[in-house]
Design a protein around this ligand. Structure first.
Ligand code: 6CS
Ligand code: FE
Length: 284
C-alpha cells in the first residue's frame, strides 16, 4: 500500500483518507483474539468508562503484546506515515478504543494536536493517526465523525471549550487522565463546530473490520455513544515525525500515553501480522 499523488493531495485538502477492507478477516481475527486478555488486565493502561468496569481505551498494547506490536510496525502504517510526514516516524501514542456495545461513551468534538502541544510538549503539527477497524463500523455503533478541512484551523485556546481552564469537568481524576474521558479538557466549542461544519460538512466513514482511516492530528473529530448491541473496537496509532520530538514539560503524562522514545520505527514485511516477527526478521 502506497499513497499516490492524488491521495496525498486529497489528504492535504480534507485531512483524512478512508480505505475500506485493507486487512483480511484472518488478520483482524488474530488481533481481536488478543483483546479480551488486554482489557482484563488490572492496569492504569486500561481507562474505564463512567460505569467503572467497561474498558474505554487501552494504551500502549504494542509495548507488551506481540501481535499488536507487529501491527504497530506494519509497512502499511509506517510507510504511508513516512510518505505523509516526509520523514522517519515514531509512535507517539497507541490505543485500542473499545466503544463497547451499550456502554461505549461519546468522544466530544476535539482536535488531537492541542492536547499533544499543551500536555506533551509536541511542537509542530506533524503527526497523523491511523485508525484500524477491528469490528464493522456502521450507522449504529458510534462511527467516528470528522469535519473535512478542519485540520487547517489551528484553534486557539479561545476557541476551545473553557472547561480545561476551570478544571471542573472531572475534578477527581489525575490530571493526565482528564483528556481520556468523555469530558475532554480541550473540546471545541459548539459555535466553532457550527462554523467549521458550515464550511466542511461532516463525514462518518463506515466499513467492514479491517478498514483503515488516516486522519490528521488537527482534524476536528468526535463520536456519539454506542447504544447498539454491536461493539466498535478499533486501534488508533498516532505517528509523529522524528523531527518533531516532544520537548520536556513540567508534568509529563505517563510514557504509555505519550511516548518519549523518538527512535524511528523500522517497518516489518507486509505478511508480518500473520507470520511471527521472529520468522520474518531476517528479511527486514
Ligand atoms: O489525550 C490524548 O492524548 C488523547 N485524547 C484525545 C481526546 N485526543 C488525542 C489523544 O488520543
Ligand atoms: Fe482524538
Amino acid at each position: 500500500m502506497r499513497l499516490n499523488d492524488e491521495q496525498l493531495q486529497v489528504f492535504k485538502r480534507d485531512g483524512y483518507l478512508f480505505f475500506p477492507r485493507i486487512f483480511s478477516q484472518a488478520e483482524v481475527d488474530l488481533l481481536m483474539a488478543e483483546v479480551p486478555k488486554i482489557f482484563s488486565e488490572k492496569t492504569p493502561k486500561n481507562i474505564l468508562e463512567k460505569n467503572g468496569h467497561s474498558v474505554r481505551t487501552n494504551f500502549a498494547a504494542h509495548t507488551s503484546n506481540k501481535v499488536f506490536r507487529r501491527l504497530s510496525r506494519h509497512p502499511y502504517i509506517i510507510n504511508t506515515a513516512r510518505q505523509v510526514l516526509g520523514s522517519e516516524v515514531y509512535i507517539h501514542q497507541f490505543k485500542i478504543n473499545a466503544k463497547l456495545a451499550f456502554d461505549g461513551d461519546m468522544w466530544e468534538w476535539h482536535q488531537d494536536s492541542p492536547t499533544w502541544f499543551m500536555e506533551d510538549g509536541m511542537v509542530k503539527d506533524q503527526a497523523i493517526n491511523w485508525m484500524v477497524f477491528l469490528d464493522p463500523v456502521t450507522d449504529f455503533n458510534g462511527p467516528i465523525m470528522l469535519i473535512p478541512g478542519s485540520h487547517k484551523h489551528r484553534l486557539t485556546l479561545d476557541n476551545l471549550d473553557d472547561r480545561w481552564k476551570k478544571d471542573e469537568a472531572s475534578p477527581s481524576l489525575p490530571i493526565w487522565m482528564k483528556n481520556l474521558t468523555s469530558h475532554l479538557n480541550h473540546a471545541v466549542s459548539n459555535d466553532r463546530i457550527t462554523e467549521l461544519v458550515k464550511q466542511g460538512g461532516i463525514v462518518a466513514p463506515k466499513g467492514p473490520a479491517g478498514s483503515m482511516l488516516l486522519f490528521h492530528s488537527s482534524i476536528v473529530h468526535g463520536s456519539t455513544n454506542n447504544m447498539s448491541p454491536f461493539n466498535r473496537t478499533s486501534v488508533i496509532i498516532s505517528l509523529n515525525s522524528v523531527e518533531n520530538a516532544l520537548r520536556d514539560v513540567a508534568n509529563p503524562r505517563p510514557e504509555f500515553v505519550a511516548c518519549r522514545d523518538f527512535a524511528p520505527v523500522i517497518p516489518l514485511p507486509v505478511e508480518s501480522l500473520l507470520v511471527a516477527e521472529e520468522a520474518t526478521s531476517s528479511r527486514v
